[in-house]
Design a protein around this ligand. Structure first.
Ligand code: ADP
Length: 349
């Protein structure tokens, strides 16, 4: 197994290249296009979210960035190094936290980190010092000698994080980091990520299918079926929708289609039919609702007026809901593929 020399994140920042850069990145699995011409950059001191429903291409992109898979087209660069052409240089600069557990339950926290450090060519005093540092970061220094199996799920995830940071990476990649964590542990995790961003200048990329998690990110790329459908801060994306989101509930999909047509004819309002409801963006939602109910008595069975959410951004850009009828269980083998990915990464080191 080859080891790679660690590099300080300061060195990477000095190179001037963005921590992460995608340039018309594409990936196909046979005839299936999983990623289509993605181009964006992630800056230092930024928590960047990759938000998309299942099947949108998050795992594929995560695997490409963590050097486990070559893209079919375009380029992905970490601190200026192409993931395909210079994988060793890339691996020295990224910390990866997979969804599946990668730490050994039968070892202590410190032993796990010791092994991780050895993989990156660290040893002796510098490694011991670094272990103390990363455990301080995740507030687990007092648990260094404890067996991992005795820690809570949230603490184990923090050990994963410490492991991903052992070689002082400039870029931290986390796949669905909140999975399996209770609300308190989630909050703590996000606090650690912000500390890494603010105090260590790390660029953090998080994949997620959770809107609430995406809200915590500084910027987001929203993916749908492998395409970038929105890019910006959560606030900016939401305010790109003019005004309120009005949902008018009817008896069924056919009635919703009919109402959509009538709303256009009567008010010039462009609605989107989602199941049995019609969704309309309107600058003055409450006024519009009153007019619509008066104009079409007996047609509207229920209604809501809300401020735009990230899901509304998704609907506006794609014309459908974030979760389609098939739901999250549509990709049953996702975790298995994730487990394989983690094994592959260990091998690659
Ligand atoms: P996400 O992580 O957002 O759920 P994925 O990257 O896993 O998305 O998948 C993107 C698309 O590529 C999906 O249509 C998925 O079925 C397909 N896909 C993913 N991995 C493979 C694979 N190993 N072989 C064939 N198709 C795949």
């Amino acid at each position: 197994m080859a080891t790679i020399a660690p590099e300080a994140s300061a060195w990477v920042a000095a190179s001037g290249a963005p921590p992460i850069e995608l340039d018309a990145l594409s990936h196909d699995y046979g005839a299936r296009q999983a990623l289509r011409h993605l181009s964006f950059t992630v800056d230092a001191r930024e928590i960047f979210g990759l938000l998309g429903p299942n099947g949108s291409g998050k795992t594929t992109l995560f695997r490409i960035l963590s050097t486990l898979m070559l893209p079919s087209g375009g380029h992905a660069r970490i601190a200026g190094f192409d993931v395909g052409a210079s994988p060793q240089q890339v691996r020295a600069r990224i910390g990866v936290v997979f969804q599946a557990r990668s730490i050994d339950l039968k070892l202590t926290v410190a032993e796990n980190l010791m092994h991780a450090g050895h993989l990156y060519g660290l040893s002796g005093k510098p490694l011991r010092r670094r272990i103390d540092e990363v455990l301080d970061r995740v507030l687990l220094r007092d648990r260094a000698k404890d067996f991992v199996e005795t820690l809570s799920g949230g603490m184990q995830r923090r050990v994963e994080l410490a492991k991903g940071l052992i070689h002082s990476p400039a870029v931290l990649l986390l796949d669905e980091p909140s999975t399996g964590l209770d609300p308190g542990a989630r909050r703590d995790l996000w606090q650690y990520l912000r500390t890494l961003r603010d105090e260590d200048g790390v660029a953090v990329l998080v994949t997620t299918h959770l809107m609430e998690e995406a809200e915590h990110c500084d910027r987001l790329a929203i993916l749908n079926a492998g395409e970038l459908v929105a890019l910006g801060t959560p606030g900016m994306l939401k305010s790109s929708i003019g005004g309120d989101i009005v949902a008018l509930e009817t008896r069924g999909p056919a009635e919703a289609q009919a109402l959509r047509t009538r709303l256009r004819q009567r008010f010039g309002a462009e609605g989107t039919v989602l199941g049995s409801s019609v969704r309309v963006e309107h600058a003055q939602g409450h006024r519009f609702v009153t007019s619509a109910v008066e104009a079409f008595p007996g047609v509207i069975e229920g209604l809501s007026v809300q401020k735009p959410s990230l899901e509304d951004v998704f609907i506006q850009r794609t014309g459908h809901r974030f979760w389609q009828e098939r739901g999250p269980e549509a990709e049953p083998d996702a975790l298995t593929r994730e487990q394989e990915a983690h094994e592959g990464f260990k091998e690659a080191l």
